[in-house]
Design a protein around this ligand. Structure first.
Ligand SMILES: Cc1ncc(COP(=O)(O)O)c(C=O)c1O
Length: 431
């Protein structure tokens, strides 16, 4: 048996340190539980990073993947492949609006880059040569050159110079009600209406696309107020700007619906997916409407590994699994339970500034006090650390690094949710 200390030592020696790791070697997982090399069990309240929506290694998905692996585990894009075509057909049946055509890649950032690349080509083919892109402040879209530029948070860009500064990208205000000087609904969703000014004053006037996370994930689980998406869509429509919904984090039942776009009847022209699509296997996708995809010619875009048959076979089974095992319903049910308890805790605790979320995508924003709203960064780290010390893995995030992220697998049981709540209450009460 390999030794945990040895693995950690070798990891430090041989891996480029891109992330500070928690001191466990995750070895196996089932449902909402992961075990480390020493056999200790943890409730995974972050699902990888919002990836294993179906839970860890469900038997049905293991079978689908194994059967496909035995049959064929790679097929280049030069040929037709059964799992890829069937997955594309399935996605067309569940995607919002008129999205119909899929392109498969391997990650969220690749999906975002594929989305914007085609949006630009479409706009240019329509004579709009500026082809700029509007993203949101506080957003997260990935860490490649263009996706990092789109990401509206300086902390991810520091030290990378022009790599994170692609031309033609501007940012609009986020629908971050908790930290907005205006109050909803009297504000008339000014954050969305501000996009008119952004177009007028910060672009060449011929914008190709606007990219938006329907619920902002890394930025701190920011749920926009009702009316926000409708206003954005109207502005985009009026200016012939393509609307890209980045559902990389919100897709596949995370928010209690298959896609977060479904809450507000968003009809995107382009949509990105990854994380929950492959239930943990590396696959991303971009979906386009028939109208947009018409500007593509063969060879415009490609990925060697995109649409891998094993990933596609598992993704296809995963969608059926989420639907047939009632996981979207459970996401709503457990999400409601957690939100209700947390909201009542917030009444008694001056450090819980805001609780927000949908389904099992919940953020708890911690502040020094409710009047100043100063971000309680150290306390946020402390709570996450204590949860970890008590065998519950939760995430932290937010533009100010003061948001606890609760994003467990959608199969989390009532009993497991209660354990999480009890410990959270204890830790938040201790602050
Ligand atoms: C909304 C969103 N878009 C894109 C990405 C990038 O995905 P990946 O890390 O797979 O490149 C993420 C990752 O967290 C995300 O949350």
């Amino acid at each position: 048996m390999v030794d945990a200390k040895e693995i950690m030592k070798k990891d430090k020696e041989y891996l480029a340190a891109v992330y500070s790791r928690k001191p466990i070697v995750v070895y196996e997982g089932k449902g909402a539980i992961v075990k480390d090399l020493e056999g200790r069990e943890y409730i995974d309240c972050l699902s990888g990073i919002s990836v294993v929506n179906a839970g860890h290694t469900p038997e049905r998905l293991v079978r689908a993947g194994t059967e496909q692996m035995r049959r064929l585990w790679h097929c280049s894009g030069l040929y037709y492949s059964v799992p890829q075509t069937l997955l594309a057909e399935k996605l067309a049946s569940i995607a919002p609006g008129a999205l119909r055509k899929s392109f498969f890649c391997n990650s969220g950032a690749e999906a975002v880059e594929g989305a914007v690349k085609l949006a630009k080509k479409f706009a240019i083919s329509e004579g709009r040569t500026g082809a700029g892109v509007i993203a949101l402040e506080g957003s997260f879209h990935g860490r490649l050159a263009l996706s990092l530029t789109l990401t509206g948070q300086a902390k991810y860009k520091k030290g990378f110079g022009t790599f994170a500064n692609h031309p033609g990208v501007v940012h609009a205000p986020a629908p971050y009600c908790y930290r907005c000087p205006l109050s909803y609904p009297d504000c008339g969703v000014e954050c969305a209406r501000k996009v008119e000014d952004i177009i007028k004053y910060h672009t060449t006037g011929d914008v190709a696309a606007m990219i938006v996370e329907p619920v902002m994930g890394e930025g701190g689980i920011i749920v926009p107020p009702d009316g926000y998406h409708a206003e954005l869509q109207k502005i985009c429509h009026d200016h012939e700007i393509l609307f890209i919904a980045d559902e990389v984090q919100t897709g596949f039942g995370r928010t209690g619906k298959m896609f977060a776009s479904d809450f507000w009847d968003i009809k995107p022209d382009i949509m990105t997916m990854a994380k929950g699509l492959g239930a943990g296997l590396p696959i991303g996708a971009v979906m386009y409407t028939d109208e947009i995809v018409r500007c593509l010619v063969s060879g415009d875009h490609f990925s060697t590994f995109g649409g891998n048959p094993v990933c596609c076979a598992v993704a296809l089974e995963n969608i059926a699994y989420l639907q047939e095992e009632g996981l979207l319903t459970n996401s709503k049910h457990i999400g409601k339970l957690l939100m209700e308890e947390l909201l009542s805790l917030q009444q008694k605790n001056d450090m819980i500034g805001d609780i927000r979320g949908k389904g099992l995508m919940i953020g708890v924003e911690l502040v020094k006090d409710k009047t100043s709203k100063k971000p309680a960064v150290e306390q946020t780290k402390k709570v996450a650390k204590e949860m970890f010390n008590n065998n519950i893995l939760i995430g932290t995030g937010g533009v100010h690094s003061n948001v606890l992220r609760i994003q467990p697998p959608l199969c989390l049981s009532d009993e497991q949710a209660k354990k999480v709540l009890d410990l959270l209450k204890e830790q938040l009460g201790d602050l």
